[in-house]
Structure formats: C-alpha cells, structure tokens
Design a binder for this molecule. Structure first.
Ligand code: NI
Ligand code: MN
Length: 227
C-alpha cells in the first residue's frame, strides 16, 4: 500500500491512500500558484489547520460538492458548519482520532487563526497523520517551537515544514525544526506563493543537509511524492 502526497502550492496538499482522497488546507481559487481547481479536486476528508483564508480556502465549496467530512479545531469546525458544511469532525490540540483512512492528531502551532469574516478561529494546529503505517507531520503555519522535539518519538517519515518566513518559520528555523523532529524526509511548503514569502528551496536543502540526516525533497506545485 502506498501513500501519495501531492503539493498544490502554498500549504495545500492532497493525500491519496487506501482508496481515500484527503485534502489539507485546500486553497485553490485565490492561490496564485495552485495547480488544481476547487471544482475538480476529489475529497473524502478535508483537514483545515486554522482559520486564515489561505488555509480555509475553498473548503466550503469543496465540501458542499463532494460531501467530504471536514476535520478542524472546534471553532473552525463550528464556523464551517454554520456556513453549510454538513459533515464536520471537531477536534482540538493534543487530541487524536482514528478515521477510516488513518489517525489524525492535532499538534501545537504558534500562529493566529482568525476566520475570513473576523470570527474567532480558536488556536491553530498542525497534523500528525498515521496513514498506511506512514507518519506524516504537517506543521501548519507555525514558528519553531521546542514542542516539536516530542515528534522525534513518533518516527516521522515525512515532515511538511513552512519555510516562507514572515508569516511562519523561515529556512533557518525550519532546519532547526527538522533537527528536533528527526524525520526521514523534509518537504518545504508555504513559500513562493507571494513575493513576501519568496525563498530558494535549494538553499534551504543545502542548509538542511549540513545540519541533519533528513532527505530534502523539493516539489513544484502539482508534483507528487510517493511513500
Ligand atoms: Ni496562517
Ligand atoms: Mn498561511
């Protein structure tokens, strides 16, 4: 069994595994680098890390079309239900739950979470996913935090880390995050969407290579990584 990760640009990911289609932070319509369209993507489950518009993205529209269950913190899940999303599953940081495709644990992210209409979005999160025996850590929008060191106990196969700086960790702190997490593979995200978060992924990878064992995988929007 394999797990296919597809980067749609920014923090938007697709995961295909075990016959399920997952989306994380499905930001397509207003995403200048997106390679997929909100009215075309498949989804059985949608994971939303926090309330910012570049993460909630097209969740309401996609959930309405597909009937996907949306997994998010309690505040974001409640807001989405009020926007007409029929199937929501509310969780909160530190909590884990077994879904048909695998296990989701909400992890600490230091950031904001205001929803697009100004509503309170609770605390932002990352996700530790266990799918087909593989561990995928999606950090979400966050600063470097020493809490990440606990993830080394989980045996993370792939860490999806923001490197854009300005709104999240920049490349130097993402390298430090990787040193704490000790994943097998790091894939950078949340960069090159707009000029303010432009980064050279190759520079990040060469820095990473000097500091830890993790393999650095750089995807272009639309590209996939199989694990
Ligand atoms: Ni954000
Ligand atoms: Mn963001």
């Amino acid at each position: 069994m394999s797990v296919k990760l597809t980067w749609y640009g920014h923090a938007a990911w697709g995961i295909e595994a075990g016959g399920y289609n997952l989306l994380i932070d499905p930001f397509f319509t207003d995403n200048p680098v997106a390679t997929a369209k909100a009215n075309e993507v498949k989804a059985d489950f949608i994971l939303v890390s926090h309330g910012h518009s570049d993460h909630v993205g097209d969740t309401v529209e996609i959930a309405g079309r597909t009937g996907a269950t949306v997994v998010a913190n309690f505040e974001v899940a409640t807001w989405l239900a009020n926007k007409g999303v029929k199937n929501t599953h509310a969780m909160h940081i530190g909590g884990a739950h077994d879904f048909p495709f695998g296990r989701v644990k909400l992890t600490v992210a230091h950031h904001g979470s205001m929803l697009p209409d100004g509503s309170y979005g609770g605390n932002p999160a990352g996700f530790l996913l266990t799918i087909e025996g593989k561990k995928i850590y999606f950090a979400g929008d966050t600063s470097l935090t020493y809490d990440m060191k606990w993830l080394a106990d989980d045996g993370v196969d792939v860490a999806l880390l923001p490197i854009g700086d300005n709104f999240t960790m920049g490349p130097e702190d993402a390298v430090k995050a990787a040193r704490l997490i000790q994943p097998k593979v790091v894939i950078p995200m949340h960069y090159n969407t707009w000029p303010v978060i432009e980064q050279k992924a190759e520079d990040f990878c060469s820095m990473l290579g000097k500091e830890c064992e993790a393999k650095c995988v750089v995807l272009k929007p639309g590209e996939s990584y199989d694990l």
